[in-house]
Design a protein around this ligand. Structure first.
Ligand SMILES: [Zn+2]
Length: 141
């Protein structure tokens, strides 16, 4: 038996409150509920992070996220909605099975993300972009 908590939810071994299910994805209520209506959209197959997704999985999970986000908006009428998706411990990932948080947002709700901009010169941006462009064909991990 796997010790991955999301694989166990997908397998029905751990209960979850499901809001959407399709071939590739399962969306269920986050037990923490940062704000009412907070949903996780997870892949059914085990993939540790964004870096591991096949093209069809990436398309399916974002399609499901958009669909569920529209449902959250219609049901809870939040002032906004944050999409949070972490890859790796330094990024804040705590469950190492790919998932997207959909968090309804309200002014002053206390959810914060610090954003320490560096504002590098244009030449640095060109260098960074060239490095990424050269590797866009990298295979999933
Ligand atoms: Zn898993």
């Amino acid at each position: 038996m796997t010790d991955c908590v999301f694989c166990r939810i997908v397998a029905g071994q751990i209960p979850a409150t499901v809001v959407h299910e399709d071939e590739h994805t399962l969306a269920f209520m986050d037990i923490g509920q940062v704000n009412p209506g907070h949903v996780l959209v997870a892949l059914k197959a085990h993939a540790e992070s964004l870096f591991a997704l096949e093209e069809a999985q990436a398309a399916a999970v974002f399609r499901a996220a958009a669909r569920v986000a529209r449902g959250i908006r219609a049901a809870f009428e939040p002032q906004g909605l944050s999409v949070y998706q972490a890859n790796g411990k330094p990024a804040g990932q705590t469950v190492f099975h790919f998932h997207i948080h959909l968090v309804p947002r309200h002014d002053g709700d206390g959810m914060n993300l610090t954003w320490p901009v560096k504002n590098p010169p244009r030449e640095k941006l060109e260098d960074y972009a060239a490095r990424i462009r050269a590797r866009l064909g990298a295979a999933p991990l």
